[in-house]
Design a protein around this ligand. Structure first.
Ligand SMILES: Cc1ncc(C[n+]2csc(CCOP(=O)(O)OP(=O)(O)O)c2C)c(N)n1
Length: 558
């Protein structure tokens, strides 16, 4: 086949830029370096992809991750060799935890020096091993001939179920080498494991016998919104993990959402006679370290066969893609299951009771929770959260989501990722949508520089900064378990009004909680990023101190 764009596609770097644009990448994030310039120079010359220069690789990776979650497509992050790839590793651990469709393009020293500890600049001799720990898969592009294969393998692996971040090392001399004709670029079709008919027959049989069945949707079910919603409409109750939120709209009365572990949930589970877990790890911090009793029989669908029964013994494990398996299950079920007509009501009541208790725990901050909840529902905004008390209490469950793509949070519990996640989420927002991004002052220190990226990109984004001038949750744990010895937990932070002024980001301060709603409306109406600082020391404490679960049990984001 004629290599029609040979004038533009002189090097492998040019080919990589073209390949990414051809498979639909419109935005990518990273930090430029001598080791990735053949690719980034081509990206700029070709002008088909918006490159977002982050201030650090951790931020770039968080942006790509959040972009992938909100867009439902591929998030691309590009870093340099060694330290730079390492800088992205913490953020990539989060992408791995969440199963995000991220392509991490990193580089390598010249091939003759790679893996040999020859002290080339930027070299880390065991880089693939470092990447392996935080990647679903790791590939290397060895030469120009293999460019199409390496890119296809990496993109396909990132998108295929179970999805996850994939690292692709491209030695810098390979990037610079002459491209060879590779023909037209075709977008790789994600590979999805197909469950056997016998397994789906067994699922159908169990469900038709249940009177009070529940489905528990995890992050692996995010692509199965239509199927899960149809299952609910046929009479199955819904509960989700935090990462599975919005797979079924949380406005539905038969959806308990992520109020999945409190006493009201436990009482509901006791009254149910089947649970079907779809694409969920049943994480320790959402199941009392797997000790919370769940309804029996317990059935599980997962695209990762090795997850079968890992955290709870199951009565039936089905290895398959969530959407495909649920679709074929629906084909076998009657249009209305013979289930208890009170189930939806009982779920709605359990949710209302859990919400009521949570609102009283919030004290004055229920005003903040309500205003955000209303704004996110009205605007269909992305709801991005760092690890802060306000997220552990209301952000993770109370602010209602109607689509899974709205929800972005640090699932693995690492602080400091919210600032950059807000940027990536904002750049994936469409129309009038914005990324409403909840952050704490402590966590913000890790990602502060990416606020400048937000300004540079004019990202449609509202930061809600809960400023208590402390690692609040750590202090609460110190009060509850360490006789109030508050070591290392009151760190100085900038004056945010002057900081914001210096970077050109509008700043609004809320010292009287009743003003929050008006400030949020104004920030949402503005163009580009705005920071609302909630002065928690002026407003006062929560109704109840949040100190995570009791010592010795699974930690909840502490
Ligand atoms: C990367 C990382 N380092 C340390 C921790 C431990 N940790 C959990 S919460 C927290 C404090 C967060 O403070 P802030 O952002 O101010 O939120 P607040 O607790 O005050 O609501 C720390 C240090 C963590 N979860 N992740």
């Amino acid at each position: 086949m004629k290599h029609e764009t040979i004038a533009d596609i002189a090097t492998v770097g040019d080919y990589i830029a073209r390949y990414l644009a051809d498979v639909g990448v419109t935005t990518m994030f990273g930090v430029i370096s001598i080791h990735n310039m053949p690719i980034l120079d081509a990206v700029a010359r070709q002008g088909r992809i918006r490159f977002v220069p982050a201030r650090g690789e951790a931020g770039a990776m968080n942006m790509a991750d959040a972009y992938a979650r909100v867009s439902g497509g591929l998030g691309v992050c590009i870093t340099s060799t060694g330290t730079a790839a390492g800088n992205a590793a913490g953020a990539q651990a989060e992408a791995l935890t969440a199963g995000s469709r991220v392509l991490h393009i990193t580089s390598q020293v010249d091939l003759a020096y790679a893996d040999r500890d020859r002290a080339a600049i930027h070299d880390v001799p065991r880089q693939p091993e470092m990447l392996r720990g935080v990647s679903k898969a790791v590939f290397r592009m060895w030469d120009a001939n293999g460019a199409v294969g390496a890119l296809t393998a990496a993109v396909s692996a990132a998108l295929s179920a179970p999805s996850g971040p994939v690292s692709l090392e491209i030695p810098v001399d390979v990037q610079r080498s002459l491209a060879v004709p590779q023909g037209v670029v075709l977008t790789p079709e994600p590979v999805r494991p197909r469950a056997s008919d016998a397994a789906i027959d067994a699922l159908a049989k169990a469900l038709t016998h249940a009177r009070r069945p529940l489905v528990w949707l995890g992050g692996g079910a995010r692509d199965a919104s239509a199927e899960a919603t149809e299952l609910m409409n046929r009479g199955v109750g819904v509960v989700t993990s935090t990462n599975g939120r919005g797979t079924v709209s949380e406005e539905s009365s038969a959806n308990l959402g992520a109020f999945n572990m409190g006493p009201d949930a436990v009482a509901l589970y006791e009254s149910c006679d089947l649970m079907l877990v779809v694409g969920s790890r049943l994480r320790g911090n959402e199941t009392r370290n797997n000790l919370m009793p769940l309804p029996r029989p317990l059935l599980q669908i997962d695209a990762d066969a090795s997850q079968g029964g890992r955290n709870y013994p199951v009565d039936l494990f089905v290895h398959g893609d969530a959407a495909d398996t649920l679709r074929r299950l629906l084909d076998r079920l009657p249009t209305k299951l013979d289930t208890d007509a009170d189930l939806a009501f009982d779920i709605a009541r359990a949710r209302a009771e859990a919400e009521g208790k949570m609102r009283s725990q919030l004290g004055p901050y229920r005003v903040v929770a309500d205003a955000i909840s209303e704004a996110v529902a009205a605007g269909g905004h992305a709801w991005v959260r760092d690890v802060t008390i306000s997220n552990s209490t209301f952000g993770n469950r109370y602010v209602r989501l109607s689509r899974p793509e709205q929800g972005v949070h640090a699932l693995g519990g690492g602080i400091g990722q919210g600032v950059a996640m807000g940027v990536g989420a904002a750049l994936a927002c469409e129309g009038a949508q914005k990324a409403v991004t909840l952050i704490g002052d402590g966590g913000t220190m890790l990602g502060l520089a990416e606020m400048i990226s937000a300004v540079d990109e004019n990202a449609p984004l509202v930061y809600v900064l809960m400023n208590d001038k402390a690692y609040g949750v750590i202090q609460n744990i110190q009060d509850a378990q360490y006789d109030s010895r508050r070591h290392y937990s009151a760190l100085a932070v900038p004056e945010f009004n002057t900081f914001c002024a210096s970077i050109g980001m509008p700043h609004r301060k809320v010292s009287v909680v009743e003003n929050f709603s008006g400030e949020l409306d104004a920030a949402l109406a503005a163009e580009g990023p705005v920071l609302i600082e909630v002065d928690m020391n002026a407003i006062g404490p929560f109704g109840e101190a949040f100190a995570g679960p009791p010592a010795g049990s699974a930690q909840k984001e502490g």
